[in-house]
Design a protein around this ligand. Structure first.
Ligand code: 0X9
Ligand code: ZN
Length: 446
């Protein structure tokens, strides 16, 4: 072949490769997560819905959702045959709802992309991330940029601190939002100026990695609260937000497994599995019902109470605030999804909490205000009525003690994969609930 022919051939090959590449860019982005994982639906008869049987299902399966007659479970590719055997051993019929979760994710993404919402309006870069997204989910890195930018934009009202590192070395952030000292000095009738402790609230989000709407909602609440304090309206509390409690798990849901729940603690022994359930790692009542000592279970509780840096960081901050004589830590809110529920303690037992009436009243105040926004029904109930689970953050908070304690399961009632056009709606209704609860809490304590 002549030299010029070789050159033309190379050029042709290069052009063809470029065209193929352009084709891949235009065509749908291949989904690398959850290839071969499945979603199954089990039919329950009356005898299986007994609570002891339900506890066994929770322990052995990754239960996404259940009603009185059916349960939806997520089954990893590596666990398909073992799960089949488990169900057959219990004579439980099932059918496959999604036979490849990767394809399911891909088609949901395509459907969402077809809806005309402008993602472009919400791009953010380091040093230029002035607001949390309302139309889309953010990566952990984007959330970090937002928090840093918020602090530099509102230095009189926001203090960002790092309260520890996750297992993989990511920052566990705390954001304190407060009235500026100038406006505090002006408002001579404020609670603090009467020498009484200032009311305080602690809010966390993202304890469970796959519940993306939780950090998204908490970041939007934090933004709104900051704007209020900067405008010197509705800023009677000291506000503490820990919006991204499980950064490693969250990152992993973006890169490897959209259905990852736990943190990313390495396996203690060779045949063990990754991850501790950060909502089974707290005291008191650590290690009891609704948690597991098996590292491979979704509800693995860790080796000891607070064995995980993520729960230790939150516990230390909450204890510090509770012990600060200048503050009165009145409210704890922990955001999760899904189910549309406002859950109050106890969660480890169906015994009634000593202040059940107050908890229920506060939950109803939250729920009534929430419902007034988009008329979406949430249910207020004792956490253990959903299913008993010990070692969760809410029972720790209630024992501190904090008077008004809630785990809020956000939208919707079917899936963790909440469409992004519901982010703003979920935030709006829950912000109304939060505002009403905070007002109620101070009106009761004065
Ligand atoms: O099981 C949990 O940790 C929470 N539900 S979730 O689907 N987000 O995982 C509910 C926790 C409720 N509180 C207690 N049971 N203490
Ligand atoms: Zn959760």
């Amino acid at each position: 072949m002549a030299r010029s022919d070789v050159f033309s051939l190379l050029l042709l090959l290069l052009l063809a490769a470029a065209a193929a590449d352009a084709g891949t860019v235009k065509s749908f982005k291949e989904e690398k997560r959850n290839v071969g994982d499945q979603i199954w639906s089990l039919s329950l008869d009356a005898s299986t819905s007994k609570s002891s049987d339900m506890a066994a299902l929770h322990e052995n399966l990754d239960v996404l959702h259940y009603s009185s007659d059916s349960v939806t479970i997520f089954v990893r590719k590596t666990r398909l045959s073992i799960t089949k055997e488990f169900l057959e051993g219990r004579h439980l019929a099932y059918n496959v709802v999604e036979k490849d979760v990767a394809l399911h994710l891909q088609s949901l993404q395509a459907a969402e992309d077809a809806v005309a919402i402008s993602r472009a309006a919400e791009s953010c870069k380091e040093g230029q991330c002035p607001r949390p997204y309302k139309q889309d989910y953010m990566t952990f890195e984007q959330m970090e940029w937002f928090l840093r930018d918020l602090e530099s934009q509102y230095p009189d009202n926001v203090k960002l601190s790092t309260e520890g590192k996750s297992r993989e070395g990511r920052n566990i952030y705390l954001v304190r939002v407060f009235q500026s000292s100038a406006s505090a000095a002006r408002s001579s009738g404020s609670v603090s100026s009467r020498g009484q402790p200032r009311p305080a609230v602690f809010i966390d989000g993202g304890i469970h990695a796959r519940e993306w709407i939780a950090p998204a909602t908490v970041l939007n609440m934090l933004m709104k609260q900051t704007e209020n304090c900067a405008a010197n309206t509705d800023c009677d509390y000291e506000y503490y937000f820990m919006p991204m409690m499980n950064p490693d798990g969250y990152e992993y849901t973006w890169t490897n497994d959209r259905f990852w729940r736990k943190n990313r603690s390495p396996p203690p022994l060779k045949n063990d599995c990754f991850g501790t359930d950060l909502n089974r790692n707290w005291n008191p009542q650590w290690g009891n019902i609704g948690s597991s000592s098996n590292t491979c279970k979704e509800i693995y509780r860790g080796t000891t109470p607070f064995s995980e840096p993520e729960t230790t960081s939150a516990k230390n901050v909450m204890t510090r605030i509770a012990n600060n004589p200048e503050l009165d830590l009145l409210v704890y809110l922990s955001y999760h999804s899904f189910g549309q529920l406002v859950l109050y303690p106890w969660g480890y037992t169906s015994d009634l909490a000593p202040t059940k009436a107050d908890l229920e009243k506060g939950g109803n105040v939250y729920n009534n205000a929430l419902k007034g926004v988009h008329n979406v029904p949430y249910v207020v109930q004792q956490a253990a009525e959903l299913y008993p689970a010990s070692g969760a953050s809410d029972d720790f908070a209630y024992s501190l003690p904090i008077k008004y304690v809630y785990t809020v399961e956000l939208r919707n009632t079917r899936s963790f994969l909440l469409p992004r056009n519901e982010i703003a709606l979920t935030f709006e209704e829950n912000y109304a609930g939060y505002m009403a609860l905070l007002k109620h809490a101070t009106s009761q304590s004065n």
